[in-house]
Design a protein around this ligand. Structure first.
Ligand code: ADP
Ligand code: MG
Length: 554
C-alpha cells in the first residue's frame, strides 16, 4: 500500500492556523457551526449530483449528519454521508484558501489588531476547528469511488495524506468523517448538552437531519431539519429568522431586512431573503456575483444563478421553485425564461420592501443605505426600467444635511428653482470648499455632494426626478438668474456680474492667452468670491468620471 505523504500548507493557511491556534477568541463554539455547514453543503452537493447520477445514492441511505462524542479518546466526530472528497480534493480544499472571503479576511487581519474579533465577525470555515483541536483527522470517500483517503494535521506547517485502512473502507461508504482531538480546555464539547445547545443556537435550520450519537443511549435527532422558508410566516419568530439568516448567509450579524413570501400563480416559489446590517468583504469584487441560493423543490441547485441584478448582490437568502426541472443545467440557468420571470418579480419585491422600510423604519433603512447605498446606486446606471424607483430610494449628503432624499430636496426648492443641482468629487469636505458652490450658497440653493465613484457614472446620463432635471454645477451653463439671492449686498455683486464692456475685453485677453487649451471662456454667475473656475463643456464628460476612467486605463 502507498504510505503517508507530507505536504506543506499554502502560506496563507499556515498564517490563518497560527492565528487559530493562538487565538484568545472566547467564542470557540462557532467551529461546530462551520463543520455542520460544510457537512450540509456536502449533502446538498450529493443530492444535486445524484439527479444526473442516481447511482451515487443507490445504497438508499439519505444524506445526514452525525455528531459523536467520545470522552475516553477526548475526541469529537462530525460525520456526513454527503459527497465526500477524493485525494486531490482533500489537498486542494483543506490545504489552500480558495475563498475570496477568507483571502480578504487575511488582508484585513494584517491591518487589524483585533484578529480574534474578526474571526467572530466573519468565520473562517474548516480551519476554525483548530481553535478547539490540536489534531484533526479527516477520512473521506468521494461518492461513487473505491478509495478512502485520510487527511490529518496538527496545525503547524503542513498535513499528511494517506490511503485509508481496510477498517476505514468498511466504516465509510460515502462522505466525510472529521475527528477532532480536543484541546484540554475544549473538552466541554464532549458534553451532549453543550452540543445540543450549539446546534439549536446555530444550526437548527440545517435541512438535513443532525443526529447526536451519545456514548450511552440511542442516537437522536437534535435539529428540526425543515426548510424554514417553506414554513408559514405566522409560525416563525424574529429569532428564527435571525438564525436562518446566519445559517444561510454564513453571517454573524443580524439581518436589517427580512422578506419572506410565497408566490403562487403562473409559477410557484418560496422566497426568503435578507439584507445584512454590515458590509461583507467581497462587496466590490469585480465579478459582482450575487449569492442568493436557488433550490428546486427543496433541492439545492446553485448559488450563482444571478437571481437578482448585480446592484442587489448584497441580498442573501433562498428562492425555492416548485416548477423548474430538477435537472436544470448551468447553461439552462442563464437563459431560462421562467427564471427570468422569477428574477423580475423578486427584484420588484425587494425594491418595494426597501421602499416601505424607508418609510416605516427610516433608521433601519439608513443602516442598509450606509452599508450598501453605493452598490444600489449602480442600478441607477444599469437598470433603466427601475431608475425612478431607485432614485427615490437614494439618500444623499447635501449642502443642507446628510441622508436627504430627492423628495425632500424637491419639497425645499427655492423660488423659481426648476433643477436639482449636484457636484461630484472625492470628499464632502473638498466639495464644500469648491468655488462652484459659491453662487448656489449665495442663493440658499441646496446642492447634492456626490462622493462615491459610482456617482460619476449614473449622473453621466440625463436624468430627472419628479420632472426636475439633475444638473451638474461643474458642467456647461448653470443659470440661477431667476432665483433670488439671499441678501442685498450679494444682489449688488450680481449686478456686477452682468457682462459689460470691461468684461468682454477681459475675456478676449484670457482667450488669447489660453488659446487651444480651453474650448471657451465665459462670464459666470456661479462664482461670488473666487475669480475663475474650470468647467467641463455641456456635453463633456464629468471630470470625476474622466478621472475614474483614467484610473481604470480605459
Ligand atoms: P467554505 O465552506 O466557505 O467553502 P471551508 O473552509 O469551510 O470553506 O471549506 C473548504 C472546502 O472544503 C469546502 O468548500 C469544501 O469543498 C471542502 N469541504 C469541507 N468540509 C467538507 C465535507 N464535510 N464534505 C465535503 N467537502 C468538504
Ligand atoms: Mg464552510
Amino acid at each position: 500500500a502507498t504510505s503517508a505523504q507530507s505536504q506543506p500548507f499554502q502560506a496563507e493557511v499556515a498564517e490563518l492556523l497560527h492565528l487559530m491556534v493562538h487565538s484568545v477568541y472566547s467564542e470557540t463554539d462557532i467551529f461546530l457551526r462551520e463543520l455542520i455547514s460544510n457537512a450540509s453543503d456536502a449533502c446538498d452537493k450529493l443530492r444535486y449530483e445524484a439527479i444526473a447520477a442516481p447511482d451515487l445514492m443507490a445504497d438508499g441511505t439519505p444524506p445526514k449528519i452525525r455528531i459523536v462524542p467520545d470522552k475516553k479518546a477526548g475526541a469529537l466526530s462530525v460525520i456526513d454521508s454527503g459527497i465526500g472528497m477524493d485525494r486531490q480534493e482533500l489537498i486542494d480544499n483543506l490545504g489552500t484558501i480558495a475563498h475570496s472571503g477568507t483571502k480578504s479576511f487575511l488582508s484585513r487581519l494584517t491591518e487589524a489588531k483585533d484578529g480574534a474579533g474578526l474571526i467572530g465577525q466573519f468565520g473562517v470555515g474548516f480551519y476554525a476547528a483548530f481553535m478547539v483541536a490540536d489534531r484533526i483527522v479527516v477520512t473521506s470517500r468521494r461518492a461513487g469511488t473505491d478509495q478512502v483517503w485520510v487527511w490529518s494535521s496538527s496545525g503547524g506547517s503542513g498535513f499528511e495524506i494517506a490511503p485509508g485502512s481496510e477498517e476505514d473502507e468498511k466504516r465509510i461508504t460515502r462522505g466525510t468523517e472529521i475527528v477532532l482531538h480536543l484541546k484540554e480546555d475544549a473538552k466541554k464539547y464532549l458534553e451532549t448538552y453543550e452540543i445540543e445547545r450549539i446546534v439549536s443556537a446555530y444550526s437548527d435550520n440545517i435541512q438535513f437531519p443532525i443526529e447526536l450519537v451519545p456514548e450511552e443511549g440511542e442516537p437522536r435527532q437534535i435539529n428540526s431539519a425543515s426548510a424554514l422558508w417553506q414554513r408559514s410566516k405566522s409560525e416563525l419568530t424574529p429569532e428564527d429568522y435571525k438564525q436562518a439568516y446566519r445559517a444561510i448567509a454564513g453571517a454573524f450579524d443580524d439581518p436589517a431586512m427580512t422578506l419572506h413570501y410565497r408566490a403562487e400563480g403562473r409559477q410557484s416559489y418560496a422566497v426568503l431573503l435578507f439584507a445584512p446590517s454590515t458590509k461583507p468583504f467581497d462587496l466590490f469584487e469585480p465579478s459582482r456575483k450575487g449569492k442568493v441560493k436557488l433550490y428546486v423543490r427543496r433541492v439545492f441547485i446553485a448559488d450563482d444563478a444571478d437571481l437578482l441584478p448585480a446592484y442587489l448582490r448584497f441580498i442573501r437568502g433562498v428562492i425555492d421553485s416548485e416548477d423548474l426541472p430538477l435537472n436544470i443545467s448551468r447553461e439552462m440557468l442563464q437563459n431560462n425564461p421562467q427564471l427570468a420571470q422569477i428574477r423580475k418579480a423578486v427584484t420588484g419585491r425587494v425594491i418595494g420592501e426597501l421602499e416601505s422600510l424607508s418609510e416605516k423604519e427610516p433608521e433601519v433603512f439608513t443602516k442598509i443605505w450606509d452599508a450598501f447605498g453605493s452598490v444600489i446606486k449602480e442600478g441607477l446606471w444599469e437598470d433603466y426600467e427601475r431608475r425612478e424607483k431607485l432614485l427615490a430610494l437614494s439618500r444623499f449628503t447635501t449642502t443642507s444635511g446628510e441622508k436627504r432624499s430627492l423628495k425632500q430636496y424637491v419639497e425645499d426648492l427655492k423660488t423659481n428653482q426648476t433643477e436639482i443641482y449636484y457636484l461630484t468629487g472625492e470628499s464632502v469636505d473638498r466639495l464644500k470648499s469648491n468655488p462652484k458652490l459659491e453662487s448656489a450658497t449665495a442663493r440658499g440653493i441646496e446642492v447634492l455632494l456626490l462622493t462615491d465613484p459610482v456617482d460619476a457614472f449614473w449622473t453621466s446620463a440625463p436624468l430627472d426626478f419628479g420632472g426636475k432635471p439633475l444638473k451638474s454645477l461643474s458642467q456647461g451653463d448653470v443659470d440661477f438668474g431667476l432665483i433670488p439671492l439671499l441678501d442685498e449686498k450679494s444682489q449688488e455683486d450680481k449686478d456686477k456680474e452682468n457682462p459689460g464692456a470691461d468684461e468682454a475685453a477681459t475675456i478676449a485677453v484670457i482667450k488669447d492667452t489660453l488659446g487651444e487649451r480651453v474650448s471657451d471662456v465665459r462670464a459666470s454667475q456661479r462664482l461670488t468670491s473666487s475669480a475663475s473656475c474650470l468647467v467641463a463643456g455641456g456635453d463633456g464628460r464629468d471630470r470625476a468620471l474622466e478621472r475614474l476612467l483614467a484610473q481604470q486605463n480605459r
